[in-house]
Design a binder for this molecule. Structure first.
Ligand code: GRF
Length: 219
């Protein structure tokens, strides 16, 4: 496919979502190419996988900068150098400034391990269990200055089992993350999304990624 959108994936650790995006983008029909993997931590495990797949990687250690703005200026230089058009946050553990988020508005997306707007922030699985939730899941959303807010592109739900621990629940949610994130990036890169207020409409083409199809819930 021509004109694949040059995409950067920002990570801080394991990088399993990054891996799902890289694997999806190996298909020549996929509308995005992963052109850069950027980590704020040199020890992020995901970097090795990206390198093995011939993807440019970079580490920018936030700790050597006086503030968030300075750190982001360095990131922006690198993003410009690699002609990046879309950014996917995938377990990137830094809060971004309003200036950076506004610069990338509509081109910056994140995956969060809960059915937003429930359980913003950390420890989502333990919190869902503690509150006795029966359904839990994950969301891909456009990033806005407020943490874990922004128009939702895709969600997937899993049933909470009586036997669940935070770890078992996290594993089932993570498997769904790996489905919806590549789907959401494909829809964005393919120009299928329109944001109206806080809602995201997705053009229903034949080529719609399965993760973006309307689920068959009981009516
Ligand atoms: C995922 O659960 C993601 O939803 C959250 O951070 C975790 C990152 O995992 N934002 P990985 O690095 O993609 O494996």
């Amino acid at each position: 496919m021509k004109g694949r959108k040059r995409t950067a994936v920002l990570i801080s650790g394991r990088g399993s979502n990054m891996r799902a995006l890289i694997e999806a983008a190996r298909s020549p029909d996929y509308p995005a190419e992963i052109a850069l993997v950027l980590s704020n931590r040199a020890e992020a495990a995901g970097l090795a996988f990206a390198k093995e797949h011939g993807i440019a990687t970079a580490v920018i250690d936030h700790k050597i900068y006086a503030g968030r703005g300075e750190f982001e200026k360095s990131m922006q230089v690198l993003l410009d150098l690699h002609k990046i058009e879309i950014i996917c946050l995938a377990g990137f553990m830094r809060v971004l400034t309003q200036g950076f988020v506004q610069h990338w508005q509509g081109r910056l997306i994140n995956i969060h391990p809960s059915l937003l707007p429930a359980y913003r922030g950390l420890d989502t699985h333990a919190r869902a269990l503690a509150e006795g939730a029966k359904i839990h899941g994950c969301s891909v959303h456009f990033v806005v200055p407020a943490l874990d807010e922004g128009p939702i592109i895709a969600q997937a739900a899993v049933a909470v089992l009586d036997s669940d621990t935070p770890e078992t629940l996290a594993a089932r949610v993570l498997a769904q993350e790996h489905v919806i994130y590549p789907g959401a990036l494909a829809a964005l890169a393919g120009g299928l999304l329109t944001v109206i207020g806080n809602r995201v409409a997705c053009e229903r083409t034949a080529a719609l990624p399965p993760a973006l199809k309307v689920p068959d819930f009981p009516k």
